[in-house]
Design a protein. Structure first.
Length: 192
């Protein structure tokens, strides 16, 4: 069986098992970027962003949906039928992770990209990698979080870029004022 067929088979099984909403969580977090006027985060801001994303990732891996719900950018709510529906689907999907048979072996958060203006917000992309085991098979996901905050500073909110793997145009549904043509970080899944 080729790696590509095996990849499709493994992840189709995950989706078909108790992880029906796992894809929603990934798309859920599908948080995208902003237009032209690029800027640079300070080293302290970049580290704070990395630590916060690592904490969110750990919470999701443990099956705790509340930090993710609290920190998700509201642009995703409309695509999911409103904030209440988003919260319900997220809780259901994330709390199923520990029972799904997925074992998270490692995860790393990379360095944030420069920031981009998106109307009244600024956006950057933060690469992340996770290695997991499902039914005795290991897979590595390389994707990114989209970090969004008010242009004048403030708390970051997030979208998960993994959902853009199948639907890259969703970025502009979520962040319509984001400049087109921004090069996004890697967004792949590979069997190990």
């Amino acid at each position: 069986m080729s790696n590509e067929v095996l990849h499709v088979s493994v992840f189709t099984r995950i989706k078909d098992q108790s992880m029906k909403n796992f894809g929603v969580v990934i798309a859920l977090c599908c948080w995208l970027a902003g237009p032209a006027c690029a800027g640079t985060l300070s080293a302290a801001d970049a580290e704070k962003l990395r630590v916060e994303i690592a904490s969110l990732t750990t919470s999701v891996e443990r099956g705790d949906p509340e930090p993710l719900i609290k920190k998700t950018h509201p642009s995703l709510h409309a695509l999911m039928g409103g904030a209440q529906n988003f919260e319900q689907i997220t809780r259901q999907a994330v709390t199923q992770i520990p029972q799904s048979g997925i074992k998270f072996l490692s995860s790393t958060v990379g360095t944030p990209t420069k920031t981009y203006a998106a109307g009244d917000e600024e956006v950057c992309f933060v690469p992340k990698t996770a290695v997991m085991e499902v039914q005795g098979k290991k897979a590595k996901t390389t994707n990114f979080m989209i970090a969004i905050r008010p242009a004048k500073g403030g708390a970051w909110q997030y979208l998960d870029g993994a959902g853009l793997r199948q639907n890259p145009e969703m970025l502009y549904q979520l962040l319509p004022k984001l400049e087109h043509g921004i090069e996004l970080p890697e967004n792949t899944v590979e069997l190990l």
